[in-house]
Design a protein around this ligand. Structure first.
Ligand code: SF4
Ligand code: FES
Length: 363
């Protein structure tokens, strides 16, 4: 019989939780949930070896462990640092972390074009969300941003190299999901870029998943390009009897009226896909009749597309620390904390975008 890993107690932003030994600080924070969870632009729990590239998940370890209480001298990448018993971590309660995260966002934006108004990822872009939360309004950068030769990487996927933040997620996805990876990172440092090596099209039947894992608009769906803004479409969970042995056919449709504009994998509250889907489901099944509709998707994130589709995060039992004596502030159902829409209007059920009629007239 295998021995169970011991549980370690870790305290993050004054909230304690017990987790199995070997859990990273980031995953322990995800178990607590809410604002305690550091952002992650490169870590992806479904991709082996991911993490450690972007530094957005930095935290301060103010006490190493019960046995060795010395603080760690530098801020640590929470996606790569495992908890120790008695460890104390500061995320949003650390001024150093808040300041460093601001710097990381500034670095990520150095070469990133501010083309959100014409980018298909706008509204569901992790970098856009991150810069709203942690960025500064102006840039100090005076130099020319990086530019690249435009590269065609096949019929389904569009690559905008200027938007890439070198998180490596797409490379790991292609490596771990397909058996013939044709793209990777060429060159080093400032010249590094995602490329298809010999300009080959990426035609593996699971390659569409690189679109879903890309945290920015560097890899987007050519079949959806410029068709609609994501916040005008309604996410709906659906499934079909997919014949591909590795695809279970469970997807999210992005609809407007009866039209299916886009098909993606379903994502969880941390923006990660629940299960990868095949290219046929993603790119070739764009008719409502191709799908069995299950109902409106429960979007669990605080982005613009979650307006009216937002549900409370699942709570894990936690030990409330006596110092603050209260539960962490979770981002909850906007309907329970907001009364801007008319009470009889369910924004997730209306067709198309909400209009002024759907909102209360202030007295
Ligand atoms: S293209 Fe997207 S997923 Fe790939 S490394 Fe760049 S940002 Fe990451
Ligand atoms: S998420 Fe930890 S370094 Fe990128």
């Amino acid at each position: 019989m295998s021995e169970q890993a011991p549980n370690f107690k870790v305290t993050i932003d004054n909230i304690s939780i017990e987790v199995p030994a070997g859990t990273t600080i980031l995953n322990a924070a995800r178990m607590i949930g809410g604002e305690v969870t550091p952002p992650a632009m490169c870590y992806y729990s479904k991709l082996k070896d991911s993490g450690g590239k972007c530094r957005t998940c930095l935290v301060e370890v103010s006490k190493g462990s019960e046995k060795d209480p010395r603080p760690m001298p530098k801020l640590m990448a929470s996606c790569r640092t495992t908890v120790m018993d008695g460890m104390e971590v500061k995320n949003i309660t650390s001024e150093k972390v808040v300041d460093a995260r601001k710097g990381v966002v500034e670095f990520l934006l150095l070469n990133h074009p501010l083309d959100c108004p014409v980018c298909d990822q706008a509204g569901e872009c992790d970098l856009q969300n991150l810069s709203y939360e942690h960025g500064s309004e102006a840039t100090r950068y005076e130099f020319k941003r990086r530019t690249f030769e435009k590269e065609d990487i096949g019929p389904y996927i569009s690559l905008h190299m200027t938007r890439c933040i070198m998180c490596f997620r797409c490379v790991y996805t292609a490596d771990q999901l397909t058996d013939k990876r044709e793209h990777g990172i060429l060159e080093r440092g400032d010249h590094a870029q995602i490329s298809t090596m010999l300009n080959k099209a990426l035609d593996h039947d699971f390659i569409g998943n690189v679109i879903d894992v890309c945290p920015v608009g560097a890899l987007t769906d050519k079949t959806f390009r410029f068709k609609n803004r994501v916040w005008f479409t309604k996410p709906v969970d659906a499934h079909r009897d997919c014949k591909h042995e590795k695809c279970n056919g469970k997807v999210r449709l992005w609809m407007r009226g009866e039209e299916v504009f886009r098909v993606t994998a379903r994502k969880d509250q941390f923006g990660e896909v629940e299960e990868f889907i095949c290219n046929e489901c993603r790119f070739d099944k764009k008719e409502t009749k191709d799908w069995v509709i299950e109902g409106p998707s429960l979007i669990q994130r605080s982005s613009v597309i979650s307006q009216g589709h937002y549900v409370g995060t699942k709570k894990t039992p936690i030990l409330i620390n006596t110092v603050i004596g209260k539960e962490p502030k979770h981002l909850l159902d906007i309907h329970s904390i907001s009364d801007v829409n008319r009470p009889e209007i369910d924004l997730s059920k209306i067709e198309g975008p909400a209009h002024s009629d759907d909102f209360k007239v202030s007295k």
